[in-house]
Design a protein around this ligand. Structure first.
Ligand SMILES: [Zn+2]
Length: 317
């Protein structure tokens, strides 16, 4: 878990870091960069109207839509108005760094990285990698199973969103094949309020504790994996009733290990909802009141891709 503190300020409609922190190296070796292109407005348009499943091929470039003014920051890039915290925030890295020894879906090696030269040496230091699109902390684009959008077609408005985190660690301790139930979601909403439309929902199971033990993480017996996931009825509720834009989990799949039909994928993805799988650190998150940033490798025609995943939590929490 790596955290850093950033101070954000709204400057002419754009959130920028103060100049004195913009290039400062932070604990953990992370460098804070200006959050350019993330506009802050009080406008609260309906995402389902702007870029929802009803118009899946439209809206990837909002600058082309007459209803959405082009961004003055990056006129030729996709842009969107979203609400993000404007006070001090703590940034939490919710992704695993990529290593060749990481767990994979099949157990086969799907990631390679070779370096040439030496870090900090007198000659250029470079490297080369190849990876399955569904390796490490990764995005399932809706097109992965039955949905329209490939990776680059997902509007950026869907990657910077208010988030909630439903914690089912206790249930998973009793049953590794536990599936988030509709009752769990209702109990969460009773305690913390309704899940907002267009939010990202993160499911914290605690399964990421086994990440450094690939066989334990896959937990396969007789060819069947065993790890927690989301039930079909909970997926229907999140997708159709709450109209979330994305679902994240700290296991290999939003469908639980023994699944053979992948009903959760088949429920969410045709609704143009993306998944983030193999996340980490979700058990440290508050139930609500924070923002997530999902930043996949932006592969044209991609079914997904390795993804950076961050939570921005107001520092007063
Ligand atoms: Zn998946």
């Amino acid at each position: 878990m790596k955290t850093l503190i950033l101070s954000l300020a709204a400057v002419t409609g754009t959130l920028l870091l103060p100049a004195d922190t913009a290039t400062q190296s932070q604990p953990g070796g992370r460098i804070a960069e200006p959050l350019r292109g993330v506009a802050h407005t009080s406008a609260s348009r309906s995402m389902s109207q702007a870029d929802g499943p009803a118009s899946p091929r439209r809206g990837s470039r909002l600058s082309q839509s007459p209803a959405q003014p082009a961004s003055p920051i990056v006129p030729d890039a996709r842009a969107s108005d979203v609400r993000v915290p404007t006070s001090d925030v703590r940034v939490i890295d919710l992704g695993h760094p990529l290593r060749e020894s990481d767990p994979t879906w099949t157990g086969e090696k799907v990631f390679t990285h070779t370096a040439s030269g030496t870090p900090g040496g007198v000659d250029f230091f470079g490297g080369r990698f190849s990876a399955d699109e569904h390796f490490g902390t990764h995005l399932d684009a809706p097109a992965h199973i039955g949905g329209p959008w490939t990776t680059e077609q997902i509007p950026v408005s869907r990657f910077v969103r208010p988030a909630v985190c439903i914690n089912i660690e206790a249930q998973v301790r009793e049953n590794v094949d536990y599936q988030l139930t509709l009752r769990d979601v209702h109990a969460f909403e009773k305690a913390h309020g309704p899940i907002p439309t267009d939010a990202v929902v993160l499911i914290a199971t605690g399964w990421d504790r086994y990440w450094s033990e690939p066989a334990r993480y896959r937990n396969a017996r007789d060819g069947v994996m065993h790890f927690p996931g989301i039930s079909h009825e909970a997926a229907v509720y999140l997708g159709r009733d709450r109209k979330v834009v994305g679902v994240g989990i700290d296991t290999p799949s939003v469908d639980y290990g023994p699944s053979s039909q992948f009903e959760v994928h088949r429920t969410l993805q045709p609704l143009n909802i993306y998944n983030v799988e193999n996340a980490t650190g979700l058990t440290t998150l508050p139930p609500r009141g924070f923002t997530v940033i999902v930043a996949p490798v932006n592969i044209v025609g991609g079914s997904g891709g390795p993804t950076r995943l961050f939570a921005l939590i107001p520092a007063t929490r």
